[in-house]
Design a protein around this ligand. Structure first.
Ligand code: HXC
Ligand code: NAP
Length: 292
């Protein structure tokens, strides 16, 4: 069921949606579903050959219209050029989905300043670049807009070994919540999704490289004992950019099978340590403590 399409046909008809980093991975999967629901799609990132290939593939699979645009989200001029190209081509932009990211695991003391800059510039600067440029345009033209940002659960817990990404995603979450209030008066909604593990080549190569995969089954970190399916993320994203979610603003929706809470709950560690027999014995001891 969760790998099936959720919204009614035509739910995004008449909308033009920009997905940054939409040529690969989760951006591509979300973009595909937006097309199936009737939206026009723009995908923007650095590798134009990848974008062109994806655009062709998605157009032939869905019959929708896809505009691929080369853009480095770190560069504000690129971002403005991208927006202009979207308005020239489709005449409108209704949804900005900030999905582009850069990340890799590393002990923080092994990073140099350039490494920090690289990740923070893609994730945080890239997101505020597009948010600022699109927001200014929508406000000046008195148009409504919807912003959806992809963060992750360590935006609020923090995480070892991905510190630049954690700092940047925390900033994106603050941006989401701040503008949800400040720009609501212009009809601009801001929300975020915090996914847990969803297999993509981009993330798996950099966060769970092969040598690590042998040692760690990612699905074991998740109470539901599985990784995410791209369609269930696409379903959530489509809802949050559609008019069905018109009253949802400033929200971050976690979709991680309970993963981050498993790491957080004080006594959760007992799950893999105590057998049923041991629970019988422990109950006797605990009840017995009353009479002492
Ligand atoms: C230490 C490193 C490094 C590594 C890069 N650097 N790789 N430092 N260990 N393994 C540092 C170095 O300082 C390096 O400069 C600098 O980063 C720039 O590296 P480049 O490779 O030149 O940068 P660039 O070509 O811009 O590529 C950016 C990138 C790359 C982030 C490094 O991985 C990329 O393009 N990523 C895009 C896709 C991506 O990351 N997808 C995964 C998102 S997953 P010097 O000069 O010292 O070499 C995600 C999931 C979160 O966010 C949650 C999961 C549950
Ligand atoms: P991905 O396929 O590697 O996607 C990242 C995209 O960002 C790529 O298409 C890349 O395209 C683009 N990008 C990187 N740097 C850019 C730049 N400077 N300018 C423009 N575009 C740039 O990885 P993914 O797993 O689908 O990640 C998508 C989003 O989900 C990210 O925000 C990530 O943090 C988030 N997320 C993923 C997971 C997961 O388990 N997969 C979990 C939590 C959150 P180019 O190389 O062409 O630029």
């Amino acid at each position: 069921m969760y790998n099936q399409s959720m919204l009614k046909e035509g739910s995004l008809a008449g909308k033009t949606i920009l997905v940054t980093g939409g040529g690969t991975g989760l951006g591509k999967s979300m973009g595909k579903y937006f097309l199936q629901l009737g939206a026009n799609l723009v995908i923007a990132s650095r590798k134009f050959d990848v974008l062109e290939e994806t655009a062709k593939e998605l157009e032939s699979e869905t019959g929708g219209k896809v505009l691929p645009l080369p853009c480095d989200v770190r560069n504000y001029e690129d971002v403005e050029k991208t927006l202009k190209a979207i308005y020239d081509h489709f005449g409108q932009l209704d949804v900005l989905l900030n999905n582009a990211a850069g990340n890799f695991i590393s002990p923080t003391e092994r990073l140099n300043a350039k490494g920090f800059d690289t990740v923070i510039d893609i994730v945080l600067k890239g997101t505020y670049n597009f948010t600022l440029a699109a927001g200014k345009h929508w406000i000046a033209q008195k148009q409504k807009g919807t912003i959806l940002n992809i963060v992750t659960t360590y935006a609020w817990t923090g995480s070892a070994y991905v510190v630049p990404s954690a700092c940047a995603k925390a900033g994106v979450l603050a941006l989401t919540r701040s503008l949800a209030v400040e720009w609501a008066k212009y009809g601009i909604r801001s929300n975020a999704i915090a996914p847990g593990p969803f297999p993509t080549k981009g993330a798996w190569d950099r966060l769970f490289p092969e040598a690590l995969r042998d040692k760690l089954d990612v699905s074991k970190k998740v109470p539901l004992q599985r990784v995410g399916d791209h369609q269930e993320l696409a379903n959530l994203a489509a809802y949050l950019v559609s008019d069905y979610s018109s009253y949802v603003n400033g929200e971050v929706v976690t979709i991680d099978g309970g993963e981050w809470l498993q790491g957080a709950g004080e006594m959760n560690y007992l799950m893999n340590v105590i057998t049923d027999d041991m629970w019988d014995m422990l109950e006797m001891m605990i009840r017995g403590a009353k009479s002492k």
